[in-house]
Design a protein around this ligand. Sequence first.
Ligand code: PLP
Length: 357
Amino acid sequence: MRVYNFAAGPSTLPLEVLEQAREEFLDFAGTGMSVTEISHRDKAYEAIVREAESLVRELLGVPQDYAVIFVQGGASQQFAAVPLNLMHNKKADYIVTGNFAKKAWEEGKIYGEAVKIGDSSDKTYTYIPDINKLSYSDGADYLHITSNNTIFGTRYPEFPKCKAPLVADMSSEIFSREINVADFGVIYAGAQKNLAPAGVTIVIAKRSLIQDPLPFCPTMLKWKVQDENGSLYNTPPAFSIYMANLVLRNLKAKGGVKAMNEVDVYKAGLLYDFIDNSKLYKNYVVREFRSIMNVPFVTGSEELDAKFVSEAKKAGLVSLKGHRLVGGMRASIYNAMPVEGVKALIEFMKKFEKENA
Ligand SMILES: *Cc1c(COP(=O)(O)O)cnc(C)c1O
């Protein structure tokens, strides 16, 4: 029996997609081979990469002068790729709103002056610094933000506007909210949160910004090279891109990002409303910065939290343990989590509260 999986990543995928992948696994598109066995130079495989690229473009409204590429190494590899492609003046701004944002900033420091212009660690990352009150550095090559903070459950309701190109790690929220890609210089996202199995990372980058990577940038990290080769410079993470393509088709069939966002907002609303009205559970994030993808909550007792996680598992609601940095629980309710999954979680929370209050 399938469970409701609230893992932060790798995470749940749409059931229809898993079924389709199973269906065509042994004989992909009449090739007599599985998609994991065919050459990435085979026309049948190339078609997948081109379709996935064009679906990303369509679903996010990516302008023509932006590259859309599929790369490896996870979002963490992009922490280095960002400065290696963009840091010509050896200076960039970073807003540190969580663990991954901090890692990106620390990686940036290897290559130049990475200026931390905002930091919400004073309140354990439960808010996003006021973007209108930050002092952006003159001559910065870019400003790096983490648009949704997976561990702490925060997100930017609006994005900073500054002179330097905006670079956003959208790993845990891409395709869950409408964005204007032209407001960004670069967007990147590891796929294993809201899109596909682990192994592939999407990079969307304005082409005019990426023509001149730093001289010591490894070839594999040059976005320009990946773009010129249509993400097929070397062997791509073939299966993950194939799965991403199926999820993108599925998203399009469900009405695209706008329709998905409505469902996501609804799901998150159900859960936050319940938490806010309960006596047992608490979410510490400042309301206006609450993520619609990752919802952390606690009971106030570590012992009770542990009991919650283990009993929820027995009830078919798995991977609810919070990140080790924050403890408690976290429900990741990505696009692929059905409304019924969130309702089942709330029913369980009610029952648990009654039994343990
Ligand atoms: C998970 C995550 C990462 C790290 O992704 P990897 O693919 O494991 O490198 C980076 N940023 C954010 C926002 C994430 O959620």
